[in-house]
Design a binder for this molecule. Structure first.
Ligand code: CO
Length: 178
């Protein structure tokens, strides 16, 4: 694969890759592991808590997150999830404000399931399963949306959508200027 993980950067709206449904990862190669490590680095540089492969221009079903809400206390820099799937545990929903590293200056209230179970492969190809009903649950759902081409602007209520209209237009204009 002709891909240098070092050269990856975070892509922003309206890059069309953010709207594609990402492809499952087959064999987990050293390149894929290196991309995961680079994504963790980019996530921390941008002061984010999660980052999905389409956000670095790769239409792969992979994302990374911090390990816990207390980033300062972390000894492990981040976690890599390959081919992740989410099962919703019950009907309970919660609303919380979210931002997105691919949508600078845009924030909005997003309704999501509270308790979910995540199944994925780690970078060695081993399956793992985690359940959460708090901070990580919300990040997993946000990042999984990215793998399906879904952004927070699609899930905002009409009031928030109107409020961010100007910021979205500016992002569009920035891209056209190159
Ligand atoms: Co995002």
């Amino acid at each position: 694969m002709d891909l240098d993980p070092v050269s990856l950067t975070i892509v922003t709206y309206p890059d069309p890759i953010l709207r594609q449904k990402a492809e499952p990862i087959g064999e987990i190669t050293s390149t894929i592991r290196a991309v995961g490590e680079k994504m963790i680095e980019l996530m921390h540089q941008a002061d984010g808590v999660g980052l999905a492969a389409p956000q670095v221009g790769l239409s792969w079903r992979m994302f990374v997150t911090v390990i816990s809400q207390d980033k300062q206390a972390e000894t492990i820099p981040g976690r890599i999830y390959i081919n992740p799937e989410i099962t919703i545990e019950n009907r309970e929903l919660a609303i919380l404000e979210e931002g997105c590293l691919s949508l600078p200056d845009i924030r909005g209230d997003i309704r999501r399931s509270i308790a979910v179970t995540l199944n994925a492969l780690d970078p060695d190809g081993n399956p793992f399963s985690m359940t959460d009903d708090d901070f990580m649950s919300r990040i997993w759902q946000h990042e999984l949306d990215h793998l399906n081409g879904v952004l927070i602007i699609d899930k905002m209520n009409p009031m928030d959508r109107i409020a961010v209209r100007k910021a979205l237009k500016e992002l569009d204009a920035t891209t056209i200027k190159g």
